[in-house]
Design a protein around this ligand. Structure first.
Ligand SMILES: NC(=O)C1=CN([C@@H]2O[C@H](COP(=O)(O)OP(=O)(O)OC[C@H]3O[C@@H](n4cnc5c(N)ncnc54)[C@H](O)[C@@H]3O)[C@@H](O)[C@H]2O)C=CC1
Ligand SMILES: O=C(O)C1=N[C@H](C(=O)O)C[C@H](O)C1
Length: 267
């Protein structure tokens, strides 16, 4: 079997480093290039922490990279600014995106779904690759059938660019799909400090905590008369996301079409 040829965008990032590790240590994966916004023309092995990784060129221009380098899959772990351009360009070069980057707009997701259809290619966008987080979202969706009142509290490290987190947005979307719509809290409630009640999605509230020392955590709190239910997931390191990245790369090679959320490809 030929190895799956992979380009990683964002290799020096917290997630990118784990992904380089995953790809270079998986027998049926091959890292053919990386995309960065610096170090064009250098080799990955020239950079600190990557000395043992041979023959992987660095590109800063995705078009040039995809014209020169053979690839089946692009793993994107960058930023809400860079990610959409990478996904669009990869699909246009018939390369299948696996995307962990969060903060994409609804319009961008729709555009990629359409592009996948046109190109008959697979693309997997997963706001969270950790299996525990996927279960937390599924369990929350189940609970929301019975509890109408819910507050989502997501907690992340203070280097995170987007708020609310992609996981919190996906959780709210999954809950909204089954929950009878309800505007929560007191009908006359008034914020005396703006933002006190968090962001609102379909009547539920999302709160974003940012603190150094945290990695990625979320609790979904349900309440009804005389009882509450809290469903919580914690990622204590970024290796926790990598089994999901591996499954996504393997799956995107077999299935055409657009997938938003790892829950759609897990048995
Ligand atoms: N889906 C999931 O399970 C997870 C998703 N994430 C998401 O992944 C993304 C990356 O997260 P982190 O690694 O923590 O961030 P990071 O800030 O550590 O890494 C981002 C990397 O992207 C690079 N970059 C920026 N612009 C670029 C461009 N134009 N071309 C190529 N590289 C570029 C930066 O140099 C940096 O190394 C974020 O959107 C985050 O929300 C993070 C953890 C888990
Ligand atoms: O930026 C992060 O760190 C994370 N981002 C993803 C998100 O926005 O949900 C996944 C995980 O929470 C870590």
């Amino acid at each position: 079997m030929n190895p799956i040829k992979i380009i990683i965008a964002g290799p020096r990032g917290r997630m990118g480093r784990e992904a380089v590790n995953l790809v270079t240590n998986t027998e049926h994966f091959e890292l053919t290039a990386v995309l960065d916004h610096k170090f064009d023309g250098m080799m990955l092995s020239d950079l600190e922490g990557f000395q043992s990784i041979a023959n992987v060129p660095i590109y800063t221009d995705i078009d040039i990279c995809l014209q020169k380098i053979e690839a089946d899959v692009l793993i994107d772990l960058t930023t809400p600014e860079a990610g959409p351009h990478h996904v669009r360009t990869a699909l246009n070069y018939n390369v299948r995106p696996v995307v962990g980057t969060t903060g994409f707009s609804k319009e961008e997701l729709q555009e990629f779904e359409e592009l996948c259809k046109q190109k008959e290619l697979g693309c997997i966008i997963a706001p969270n690759f950790a299996i525990g987080a996927v279960l937390m979202m599924k369990f929350s969706q189940l609970a929301a059938k019975y509890f109408q009142d819910v507050e989502i509290v997501e907690m992340h490290h203070d280097k995170k660019l987007d708020a609310p987190s992609g996981t919190a947005v996906k959780t709210a979307e999954m809950i909204a799909a089954v929950r009878e719509a309800k505007k929560q809290g007191h009908p006359n409630e008034k914020e005396t400090i703006q933002g006190a009640r968090g962001a609102e999605y379909d009547g539920m509230h999302i709160h974003s905590v940012r603190l150094p020392g945290l990695i990625a955590h979320q609790q979904v709190m349900f309440g009804s008369d005389g009882q509450s239910l809290t469903i919580r997931h914690d990622s204590f390191n970024r290796a926790s996301f990598m089994s999901g990245v591996k499954v996504a790369v393997e799956t995107v090679m077999k299935h055409n079409g657009f997938v938003y959320g790892l829950e759609n490809i897990l048995d």
